[in-house]
Unconditional design. Structure first.
Length: 666
């Protein structure tokens, strides 16, 4: 076995590989770009080597720099993870030439399977069933037209070198074919540097079912069962599970045999995935991925095996740890890909600071594979995945219950996420019934994008209680510091010089004002809300969570504060309210330290002021361009700009201090 390996990747997969290495007593070397110098994967590895600037092309895709790092650190093998160089035959070859073990298949196997056309020719010879289609070398328009006509419409035009759904086009009728071919060719040439296309029968309601296979250097190949990855958005996987629901036993057996035959046909070594489409009882090979897949944890959960350990053993020349007969699946596992993206805005990546990040508690039923921590940034340079949330239980219904609970418990504030979208899939009766298919999300779209609901009385009560309790804690701390802890001036329990012991609070919910009147009572706060009154009390626990008791209903919720904004996370729902309280506004403004910060990441469009300039309240200071809109930062009151931190054209992160401001003066 190796003493030291280099992990040529970042994020969750680099962390996941490092964990197995640590358990096996193997030393790990991380590599990183400048954007990742303080990243979790760097912290988890024993040593780390800088590769270069943030763009992948200048860092994680630089095979030469990675090999140099391996030499410098004495790493004997390189684990490529997925993506980046994991399916790059040239890199695998360069590793071999440099005397370093590439933890993956041979360059020849990567090459054979890297081309969808070539792999189909191979699979056809090995007797693996294919989607009816054309995967020939002749690429003239006439040849492709004739092929499409013979296959029968609708057809799917695909880039042979494709991946991630790129260069793929559905063509319903012959008159749309030429344009689709030209478009796919352009996209394929740009994305993969190879414009070879293939044409397939477009199946109207398939499921995506894939086989995990493993081969060793002694000629043994086994499969570790199937995964159903039918829940997809734009041909990209969203939820994956194992075993595939409602799959007939004989299909499972036949697919396992086909997966093993496919791997054997190319003398496959290491972890691989043979992907099939399954429709009307038949299955068809679409492609083979010659690496560890993103969704491998569901296989680990049902097989009890660590696939990274298997990879390391095989790469070190050892035989596969278990025979086919010894592999027995147990229970059911589901993985949800948690992304920093905005479902309401066409799933655009949401970059920014992970201000508050609390994954659900891990245990035998819940696993969270992540590469970020609270306080980290989701960068524009890489895939905006936050984590893979994986659940396991004895059967699918129980696993699904775990998934719903874990999604509800997952707390992320700072960036938009797909958590609510995932939760609505997990809650959908058709998903619960196992009615999965690649068209699932499209078919159920109206149910999957829950409308934002206005904050109800329950949410208002939580917001008010949080404000009151934090004020009380702040006052107690101030009193303790003042040397006169019992002074009535520090009390916040409603004590007043006169009898007027109530207070009015106003919250803004998406611009709409919602009032709460607080009456101080010995047993707590009586809150008069728009729909009636409740008794509220509670405390802020050591973790910063709000332990609340509203009319005797006690629970723990999270309220994340930033200035006057409150994000209330309660049972999987998020509400953002702004406290519109003049006293608090003034008090919190004082604490602000006079810096004016960027409300979101963006680019400085214009700077209107310079250091030393005196401005009136409301004067425009800076224009920030973000999300295709302009945001004007104005002077909060009359005062002097003391420092300007940025110039026109600069990129800024959210929360960055744009300028320093000193209120007051003439
Ligand atoms: P990529 O390598 O870009 O991921 P794949 O060939 O693996 O492309 O296909 C990705 C997804 O596209 C599949 O999971 C399926 O949803 C859809 N797809 C691929 N081929 C077909 C087909 N012939 N008919 C219908 N859907 C298909």
């Amino acid at each position: 076995m190796f003493s030291t390996i280099l992990i040529a990747n970042r994020g969750e997969i680099a962390c996941r590989v490092a964990r197995t290495c640590r358990r096996m007593g193997i030393k790990t070397v991380a590599v990183y770009s400048d954007a990742d110098a303080a990243a979790m994967h760097v912290a988890l590895c024993d040593e780390a080597v800088r590769l270069g600037p943030p763009p992948a092309r200048e860092s994680y895709l630089r095979g030469d720099a990675i090999l140099e790092a391996a030499h410098r650190t004495g790493a004997e093998a390189i684990h490529p993870g997925y993506g980046f160089l994991s399916e790059n035959a040239g890199f695998a070859r360069a590793c071999a030439e440099a005397g370093i073990v590439f933890i993956g298949p041979t360059p020849e196997a990567i090459e054979a399977m890297g081309s969808k056309s070539e792999s189909k020719r191979l699979m056809e010879r090995a007797g693996v069933p294919l989607v009816p289609g054309y995967h020939g070398a002749e690429q003239s328009m006439e040849a492709l037209r004739a092929a499409a006509a013979e296959i029968g419409y609708p057809v799917l035009v695909k880039a042979s070198a494709g991946g991630g759904g790129k260069g793929m086009r559905v063509v319903a009728t012959p008159d749309a074919l030429d344009a689709a071919i030209e478009g796919a060719r352009r996209e394929a040439a740009n994305a993969f540097g190879d414009e070879t296309l293939l044409i397939e029968k477009y199946l109207d309601a398939p499921r995506h079912v894939e086989m995990q296979v493993f081969g060793d250097t002694h000629g043994t190949v086994v499969h570790l069962f199937e995964r159903d990855c039918s829940i997809q958005r734009r041909h990209q996987k969203v939820l994956e599970e194992a075993p595939a629901p409602n799959l007939p036993a004989e299909t499972r057996t036949a697919m396992g045999a086909a997966g093993v035959a496919a791997a054997k046909a190319i003398g496959y070594v290491g972890a691989g995935t043979v992907e099939f489409l399954y429709q009307d009882g038949a299955f068809y090979f679409i492609e083979m991925n010659t690496r560890l897949q993103v969704e491998h944890p569901v296989t680990e959960m049902i097989s009890g095996q660590d696939l990274v350990e298997w990879q390391l053993r095989v790469a070190a020349g050892q035989p596969l740890p278990l025979s086919q007969e010894a592999l027995v699946p147990t229970g059911h596992a589901i993985e949800a890909r948690v992304y920093a993206e905005d479902p309401a805005n066409e799933f655009l990546p949401s970059i920014g600071l992970l201000r508050h990040l609390r994954p659900p508690a891990e245990g035998p039923h819940v696993r969270v594979d992540t590469g970020v921590r609270e306080g980290d940034r989701v960068s524009m340079h890489y895939d905006p995945m936050i984590a893979k949330l994986v659940v396991w239980d004895s059967d699918r219904a129980a696993a699904l219950r775990r998934l719903r609970g874990a999604l509800e418990a997952y707390q992320v504030v700072g960036v938009a996420t797909n958590l609510a979208f995932l939760a609505s899939i997990a809650a959908h009766p058709a998903f619960a019934a196992g009615e999965v298919g690649t068209g699932f999300i499209e078919a159920h779209t109206p149910d999957l994008f829950p409308e934002a609901v206005p904050a109800d009385d329950g949410v208002l009560a939580l917001a008010a209680l949080d404000v009151l309790l934090r004020r009380q804690d702040d006052a107690a701390a101030a009193a303790a510091r003042s040397g006169d802890p019992f002074s009535p001036w520090h009390a916040t329990n409603g004590w007043r010089l006169n009898d007027d012991n109530y207070q009015r609070m106003v919250f803004l919910d998406d611009g709409a004002a919602r009032g709460v009147t607080v009456h101080y009572r010995p047993e707590g706060y009586r809150l008069d809300l728009p729909g009636g009154s409740v008794m509220a009390r509670g405390e802020i626990d050591a973790d910063g969570a709000l332990i609340c008791d509203i009319d005797g209903f006690r629970r723990r919720v999270a309220v994340v504060r930033q200035g006057l904004d409150l994000v209330i996370l309660d049972r999987g729902r998020q509400h953002r309210l702004t406290l519109d309280d003049p006293a608090t506004r003034a008090a919190e403004g004082d604490q602000g330290g006079g810096g004016l910060v960027a409300p979101m990441p963006g680019k400085i469009g214009r700077v209107f002021v310079e250091a030393g300039q005196v401005v009136e309240k409301g004067a425009a200071l800076v224009i920030l361009e973000a999300m295709k809109m302009e945001h004007t930062i104005v002077a909060p009151e009359h005062g002097t700009v003391t420092v300007v931190h940025f110039a026109t054209g600069d990129q800024v992160d959210d929360g960055a201090a744009l300028l320093e401001f000193e209120p007051g003066g003439e």
